[in-house]
Structures are given as C-alpha cells and as structure tokens.
Design a protein around this ligand. Structure first.
Ligand SMILES: [Zn+2]
Ligand SMILES: [Zn+2]
Length: 362
C-alpha cells in the first residue's frame, strides 16, 4: 500500500472525531491552504487543498469512513485516477465558507466549472457491478432556448442597454477610511444581460432557457466501484459557453454475503469442527450467480483464509479479475446428543490411552 493516506492526520483530527470536529478542522485548513492565497506556489497549495478535501470527503461520509477505517485509503477508491474534484460532494460547505470569509474577493473559482454539471447518484448492487449493467435515468435539464438563441427576446431581437452601455455590469465604489472597495455588480436595468428585451420570446418567456426532459440509458461497466464517476459529456445544463456534463456517481449497495476490497472479494463461511478436521467440499453461490465448489482441506484451522484466484471482481477498465478470499469459521456444537458425546469422549481420551499403551509395552 504505497499510496496509503492518513486522512485523520491530514485534517489533524483524532480517529474518533465527530463530524463537527472534522468540519471545523477542514474549514480552518481550507482557509489556510486555499491556492488563491498562495499565488507564488499555487500548484503546491492546490495539491494540499485537494488532499484535505479528499480527506474531508471520506471522513464526512459514513460509508466511506467505515470502509477507510477498515481497509485504509486503498479501500476508498475514487475511480482509476484517484480523487479529483468530481468526487467532491461538499461544494456547498465550501461555498458557504467562501461567502463568509472571502466575500467579493473572487474566490471559489475553481469550482465554477464543476457547478455547471449535473450530478446523479445511481445505486447498483454488487452483482451489477460484477456483471456490468445498464440503468435508465430520466432527468430534466435547462438548455439554451433555440427560438431566441438564449437572448430571451422574441426572434432574438434586442437593443443595447443604455444604463450599462451593453456591458451588463455596473461598478460600485465604497469608501471605508482611506480604503476604497470597488465591487462590480450585474446591471439592474438589464439584469446583467447588457441588452433590453422589447418583446419576450414566447417559448421561454424571456428566460432564454427552456427545460427539456432527458431519458438516457447509461452503461455501467464491469468492475465499477463505489464512488466511481461516469461523465457524459454535453448532457448537463446548457449555457452560452456550451453544455455542461452529466456526472453519474455510482453507489454500490452493500452485499449481504460479499464484501469488496479493491478487486478482491471477501466472504466468510461456517463449517462444523468435524468437517474442518476431516476436510470437505462445500457449494457457494458466487456473486456472478454460478455455483462454486470449495474444497476445505483436512486440518483447516479457525480463521484460515482460502484464496481462490480470479474469482474476485472484474478489474475496472482492464482485463482479469481479483481474487476471492474465504474466511473459514469453525463452529462448535452447543448441544450434543448422547452418541456425539460418547464419540467425543472417546476422542478426548485417546492421547491418554496411547500413553498407557506406550508405558505398558516398553
Ligand atoms: Zn426563447
Ligand atoms: Zn444594463
């Protein structure tokens, strides 16, 4: 585990930190590390900022935190490239932070691109993740009104706004002591458009955008892991700068039998101690649906792990499979029949008898 990350120490919180403590620590660090505050070594702070955000993303999510506590950061895979801003679901937390601390300072720009996308969470079962699946999703998105080309004016007919002279912005200058604050705001006369609409476009009622319903069939590839983001270009909200993307985040439901760790699958089976001692063969329904015959060798110990090559998850975006690891739990009967009791007594006495024999015939 070369890339193992300690999310707790990254945020400087204890292993049993509450969400409030995590949030507080993150806010402090976000203020300190924001790349816009460090133009001289911006790249370095972008990385730091991303790192604390990754830690925050994991520790604020109960599922992800549990997996992380159990399996480490390797268990919380954010797709093949690792964590990126598409995986970050707490923009609102940060937005709020920036509004509070960095008002009118032009912060938060790194998220602007992301906010033009539509995010969708699709729940699938582990079985679907194994086999690959398709999901139909319906959603609504805003697109530029084709009738007025987004102007909001009937047939696109507009005239330049005299208040802002077509710029769409007005400047406000405010003085406090010897300091002058200049803020640029959208022109109130034209709502920041820069032009005046004589007659509203009937289709979009002057908004310049219309809502369209989308129905998409999304292919979820084999091996898709929890937290994987699938980006469908151009299917997000429309704007003057083009269409945003639809980002589908895969959430894999917990399976009652199999647990996943990277490409490997884990399960446990119970066998009676007699079978563990004598060896046996058991049938196990694999996540693929097929039946596996598992050989339990004689003398199998409690907690022993049987590894079956290539029966784990299919590797995402690659060939091959992980392994299946089966932990053997050995069960001891709580109540014995008379016959079982006699047999066990006999077994229990065996070493003594042997000793008796040895001494007698020496
Ligand atoms: Zn229109
Ligand atoms: Zn104007």
């Amino acid at each position: 585990m070369a890339d193992e990350k300690d999310y707790y120490s990254i945020l400087g919180v204890s292993k049993n930190a509450t969400k409030d403590e995590i949030k507080k620590a993150y806010r402090e660090l976000a203020k300190k590390y924001h790349p816009d505050l460090h133009p001289e070594n911006r790249k370095e702070y972008e990385e730091k900022f991303k790192e604390i955000s990754e830690a925050y993303e994991v520790l604020m999510d109960d599922d992800k935190r549990r997996i992380y506590d159990q399996y480490g950061s390797e268990g919380v895979k954010f797709g093949p490239q690792g964590f990126d801003w598409n995986n970050f679901t707490h923009y609102d937390d940060i937005q709020d932070l920036f509004n509070q601390f960095f008002k009118n300072m032009g912060f938060g720009s790194i998220f602007e691109d992301e906010r033009q996308n539509i995010r969708f969470v699709v729940n699938i079962d582990l079985k679907d993740a194994y086999n690959g699946t398709t999901k139909n999703i319906s959603y609504e998105r805003e697109v530029i009104c084709p009738d007025c080309n987004g102007t909001g004016a009937k047939n696109g007919k507009t005239r330049k706004c005299p208040t802002c002279n077509g710029t769409g912005q007005v400047r406000n200058v405010r003085s406090m002591g010897f300091m002058q604050y200049v803020s640029v705001q959208p022109c109130p006369a034209c709502n920041g458009r820069g032009y005046i609409i004589e007659e509203k476009c009937p289709r979009c009622k002057g908004k310049g955008k219309i809502i369209v319903k989308e129905n998409l069939e999304v292919n979820i590839p084999k091996g898709a892991d929890d937290g994987l983001n699938l980006r469908i270009r151009g299917k997000g909200p429309g704007s003057k700068n083009g269409n945003g993307d639809l980002i589908i985040t895969i959430h894999v439901n917990q399976d009652p039998v199999y647990k996943r760790d990277g490409d490997d699958l884990y399960t446990e089976i119970d066998i009676p101690f007699t079978k563990a001692a004598l060896g046996t063969e058991i049938s196990l329904e694999h996540i693929s649906g097929e039946n596996l015959n598992i050989k339990i060798p004689p003398g199998t110990q409690p907690g022993e792990i049987i590894r079956i090559k290539n029966k784990g998850m299919p590797k995402f975006n690659s060939r091959g499979y992980g392994d299946l690891l089966i932990k053997i739990n050995v069960t001891i009967p709580k109540n014995l029949t008379q016959r079982q009791r006699e047999l066990l007594m006999e077994l229990d006495n065996e070493p003594e008898r042997k000793g008796f024999f040895h001494s007698r015939f020496k």
